[in-house]
Write a protein of this length. Sequence first.
Length: 122
Amino acid sequence: MSQEVKVGKLAYKVKGVNESNKLTNVLGDKTTDGKFAVVEVTIKNGDKKARMVDGEMFRVLAYGSKYDSSAELDMYLNGRDVGFFLQKVNPNISKTAKIVFELPKEIIHYKLEVSLGFGWQK
């Protein structure tokens, strides 16, 4: 955590992780029998042109399984700011958002994997 990882022209930095079995916003609660891992990430675009980013560029690896983020829960948690859902990030600009993964509650150790759209980086 807090270590910047570069994938192509994008730099990723995890700012924090929170786990809970309930997410809350003004519309109500979302619950799971497992747990939600809420990962706050900053993406910086080091390219000379705008780059499209999306929550689908992230997944969690744990005990041989791969867990995708939830676009619905990302937007639910990020509110009016839709998080990374199909967002353009201009050159030399950073954007921070929360990405939600639904995981089995037994999972203790996991890794975040990020993509530029052409492969994955742990």
